[in-house]
Design a protein around this ligand. Structure first.
Ligand SMILES: C[S@@+](CC[C@H](N)C(=O)[O-])C[C@H]1O[C@@H](n2cnc3c(N)ncnc32)[C@H](O)[C@@H]1O
Length: 317
């Protein structure tokens, strides 16, 4: 039954995740689900390593033709050892700087200056919300780095950028924006049709590479207090995370939320509604996937996963 399960995962990915977002990955996932040889090879990997995003990113990283399913299957069979090597040593660590547009309304409203501590930071691209430019409808703010577009409803757009005096990230596997292998992997994780996201990530990586943030290898529970202790006492400490907790087991998620509530810090979360227990959420704006933006455990807005829209329903910042 093992092969059946992996084939089903690829079929589900095609129908639920790639459909409407990436015709290339939808076609590719269907083709993989029907290819007994590749399914057999995937089943030699640990279960967590069999997922479509890892296989496809490893393929892209190695130059596989991901828009041509028969050629991809041929490439995968001929280069399996190289693909398996990349899958084993890498993880889905997509770093999306446009999520800063979701954080900005809260960051701009907190007492300045700020000390930013991001858990699950990947390469740390979300540690530079003060160095990017933003467009909320007609309202443009900032003039550096990538221009981040966000459709904001329910509140006025922020009127200032935050003043950041300290920034640090914690990750099980921090990526280095000055390392060509790491940046190539970050680019490979973005789906084939999403050239705008690739360009945005490149622009953000240039900002980060000019002044690399402190990134610490560690766990978001075990290693958070020691890193937080390094923040300057005169700044407002903000612990934040975006699209991280779905990768963390439920008991460790609870340990993290218990810990962060005891810290002398503000806590901003942008996470899938299934991973944090928010009581009384209103209905999301539409049937597409939305995450929840929360401050200090209070849900405030629905957020599209890549930062493209923010629909405010809670107290004004
Ligand atoms: C999907 S990425 C999101 C990266 C970034 N927050 C963003 O939104 O662009 C999730 C990151 O969380 C990290 N991560 C997962 N579990 C973690 C843990 N227990 N402690 C620290 N980092 C973790 C992963 O290594 C990965 O880099």
């Amino acid at each position: 039954m093992r092969g059946v399960t992996t084939a089903l995962i690829y079929g589900e990915f095609a129908a639920r995740e790639a459909a409407g977002e990436s015709p290339a990955y939808e076609n590719l996932a269907v083709a993989v689900s029907r290819d007994a040889h590749l399914i057999g090879l995937l089943d030699t990997l640990p279960p967590a390593k069999r997922q479509p995003n890892l296989l496809f990113a490893a393929g892209r990283f190695l130059g596989a033709p991901v828009t041509d399913p028969p050629a991809f299957l041929e490439f995968a069979a001929a280069n399996w050892e190289r693909i398996a090597h990349e899958i084993r040593r890498r993880a889905t660590q997509t770093n999306e700087p446009a999520r800063c547009a979701l954080l900005l309304p809260l960051l701009a409203a907190l007492p300045q200056p700020l000390a930013l501590l991001e858990v699950g930071a990947s390469a740390g691209l979300n540690l530079f919300p003060d160095r990017y430019a933003y467009r909320y409808g007609d309202h443009v703010l900032g003039d550096g780095g990538p221009l981040l577009d966000c459709a904001l409803t329910g509140i006025d757009p922020p009127s200032r950028l935050p003043e950041v005096v300290w920034r640090a990230g914690l990750d099980l596997n921090p990526l280095d924006v000055t390392d060509p292998g790491d940046t190539a992997w970050l680019q490979a994780l973005i789906w084939p049709e999403q050239d705008d996201r690739r360009e945005r990530q490149r622009a953000a990586a240039r900002v980060a590479a000019a002044d690399p943030p402190l990134l610490v290898r560690g766990d978001l529970v075990d290693d958070l207090p020691a890193l937080a202790a390094k923040a300057p006492a005169e700044a407002t400490l903000v612990v934040f995370h975006t699209s991280v907790l779905y990768q963390v087991p439920a008991d460790r998620r609870r340990a993290f939320t218990d810990l962060v509530r005891t810290m002398r810090a503000h806590w901003i979360a942008v996470e899938n509604p299934t991973v944090l227990d928010h009581a009384g959420l209103p209905n999301p704006p539409d049937e597409r996937l939305h995450n929840v933006l929360a401050l200090d455990g209070r849900p405030l807005a629905w957020a599209r996963p890549h930062g493209e829209a923010l629909s405010w329903f809670g107290d004004r910042p």
